[in-house]
Every structure is written in structure tokens, then in C-alpha cells.
Design a protein around this ligand. Structure first.
Ligand SMILES: [Zn+2]
Length: 337
């Protein structure tokens, strides 16, 4: 392996660590501060105080940025600072909380980089958990040579993480808002038994499985929601298809590829071309003409894709729309000829 100097190790820790929170950056800034003060042994109390002030400075804004990747949770430091600012904790109380709660992971894992857990181990400090940190000569000499550069690198990295977390949280919020649309929709209903629809769907699907295109004859067919029910919250007929049990299981609650959306549109138009009473239900839910119905379904697909992510299920590997018998058995086509 190539020789790495302490500066390489430091940069690897700061730039390439897998950060799901900003703790590592705040600890790195604290370490620089201790070096500036010429310290070698740092008590837990002093460490907690410095760490507290790093976050107090950082979060001293009207609306501070998130400090954790995971949305819906607050970093322990964000909670402590909030309690301090609201007067629930005095400074000493806040510093004690930091010492007890904030260092569980970051002190142990600071030196980890990616999968190379031991690459830089103990290079910049050793510690006695809950008691003290001992700063190494390597760190002291590193700081002597390039303190300003390291400072600004840490600032930049901290902002970068906050930006990434905030972007992730915004998307999360958007997904929640989109889910709300379905939860509050007039179509939202309790899940009910769908076996009554089997005969009806069989006819309009040409008796083939929606996902693999093979015959359903004599096989126990399952009624499946093309756009997952856990998102759309309804059992409207336009979204229901018949599939083999095993095809249904493979698909599970995933988003399907858009060739299945095209097929769903064709299947629904197939129902629209007949005089089945459920024609009305589809018309009510999706629109009064084929163009409108197509864009309604596409819109639902986009929304559900945003919620579930676009990592979709493409279907059974042998399936191809060109060879799908369904397209040759459209009742609509028979009616027109
Ligand atoms: Zn199948």
C-alpha cells in the first residue's frame, strides 16, 4: 500500500467518510481548537464544552439547517441547543448533556473511512470514554503546517452535508404531501375482498396474466393493484388486474415499468369499448374521453413514482408487449371490426 501522511489521512476522514450526521465535522473543528490552545490532554468536560459551542455557533440562525441525513428525526445536538436557547437548560446543564449523550458514536468512529475501519486508527487522538482525549503529535504537526486550509475545508464540508441533508428532507416532505393526496381523496376506502372482480377482469384481459402474458386458464388468479394499494388507498377497477399468484408476488408493492402502464391504459379502453356497467366507474375516475383517461393514469403513475422512487419492476424477463396475446384479444377491436 502507498504511504499516506497524516494530512492524507485527515482529508480522507473529512472528505470521504460516510456521514449521516455532522458530528464528525464538529469534532474535527473541536480538535483544531484544542491544538490552537496547545492542549494534549483534553478532559471530557472541556471536550463537551467545545463541541457544544461549535453547534451553538452553527445553529445560531433563524432556521438552522438539518444536521442528520434521516428526515423526521432531530440530531441530539439540535435538541440540546434548542433546549438551551429556550431556557430549559442552562449552559452547564447543556454541556453535561453533551458529555453524556452526544459522543456515543463519533469518538469511536472518527477515524473510520469507508470500509477501511482501521486505516487511520488512533492517528489523531486516543481516548478513554467519558474521561479524556489524548491528542497525538501527528495532529499537532498537521495543524502547525496547514491550519487555515483545514479550517476552511471543514466549513465547506459542513455546509455541503447540511445542503445534502436538506435536499433529502425536502424530497421526503414532497413524498409525504403526495401521499396525503391519496389519503384524503374521496376514492380512499378500506381494503375489501376483490375476488368478486375475477370473472369480470378475466374477460377484459383475454384470460391472460397481466404481468407475464401467459394463460390463466385453470390457475388460481390474484387480483392485483397495478399502482400499489399502500399508496393509492383504493380498489377502483381501473387499477385492478389479474395475475398469477407468483407474478403478483414478484411484483409485490413495487412500481411497474411504463410498458405496463401502457397496457393498463389499453385494458381500460377495452372496458370502455364495452357496455359493462363499470364503464361508468372508470369514466368518473379518469375522464370522459380516451385522451383524458390516458393523462389521468400517467399523472397517477408520476405521483406514485415520486413516492416509491423510480427503481421499478420491469416484469418477468420473458415478457414482451409485442408477444402479449392480450393485445390481439381486445374486445374493443372486435367491436370495431
Ligand atoms: Zn403471470
Amino acid at each position: 500500500m502507498a504511504e499516506f501522511n497524516p494530512e492524507d489521512h485527515w482529508k480522507a476522514i473529512i472528505l470521504f467518510g460516510r456521514n449521516t450526521a455532522t458530528y464528525k465535522i464538529a469534532l474535527a473543528k473541536s480538535l483544531l481548537a484544542f491544538c490552537h490552545q496547545g492542549m494534549t490532554t483534553v478532559s471530557w468536560e472541556y471536550l463537551s464544552k467545545q463541541f457544544f459551542h461549535e453547534y451553538l455557533n452553527r445553529l445560531n440562525l433563524e432556521s438552522p439547517m438539518p444536521q442528520l441525513y434521516q428526515p423526521g428525526r432531530l440530531a441530539v445536538m439540535v435538541r440540546i441547543i434548542a433546549e438551551y436557547k429556550s431556557g430549559k437548560l442552562d449552559e452547564q446543564g447543556a454541556i453535561d448533556r453533551v458529555g453524556n449523550e452526544a459522543f456515543g458514536d463519533v469518538i469511536k468512529r472518527f477515524h473510520n473511512v469507508g470500509s477501511h475501519g482501521n486505516l487511520s486508527e488512533s492517528m489523531f487522538y486516543r481516548f478513554d470514554m467519558g474521561k479524556n482525549l489524548i491528542i497525538t503529535d501527528d495532529l499537532h504537526s498537521l495543524i502547525e503546517n496547514s491550519a487555515t486550509e483545514l479550517e476552511s475545508e471543514l466549513e465547506a464540508r459542513w455546509s455541503l452535508l447540511e445542503g445534502a441533508f436538506s435536499l433529502h428532507h425536502d424530497n421526503y416532505q414532497l413524498c409525504n404531501d403526495l401521499r396525503e393526496i391519496y389519503l384524503k381523496s374521496e376514492d380512499a376506502t378500506e381494503r375489501k375482498s376483490l375476488t368478486g372482480n375475477v370473472g369480470f377482469l378475466q374477460g377484459y384481459q383475454g384470460n391472460t396474466c397481466f404481468y407475464c402474458g401467459l394463460d390463466l386458464n385453470g390457475i388460481n388468479a390474484h387480483v392485483d393493484h397495478v399502482l400499489p394499494r399502500q399508496v393509492v388507498q383504493h380498489d377502483l377497477i381501473w387499477n385492478l388486474v389479474l395475475a398469477h399468484a407468483h407474478c403478483n408476488e414478484q411484483k409485490s408493492d413495487r412500481l411497474v415499468g411504463d410498458h405496463y402502464i401502457e397496457k393498463l391504459i389499453a385494458r381500460n379502453e377495452n372496458i370502455m369499448g364495452s357496455n359493462h356497467p363499470w364503464k361508468k366507474e372508470i369514466e368518473h375516475a379518469l375522464g370522459s374521453n380516451a385522451g383524458r383517461r390516458r393523462s389521468s393514469i400517467k399523472e397517477h403513475y408520476q405521483r406514485v413514482g415520486q413516492i416509491l422512487g423510480w427503481n421499478h419492476w420491469g416484469g418477468s424477463p420473458t415478457y414482451s408487449p409485442d408477444k402479449d396475446a392480450f393485445y390481439k384479444k381486445l374486445v374493443t377491436l372486435l367491436n370495431q371490426s
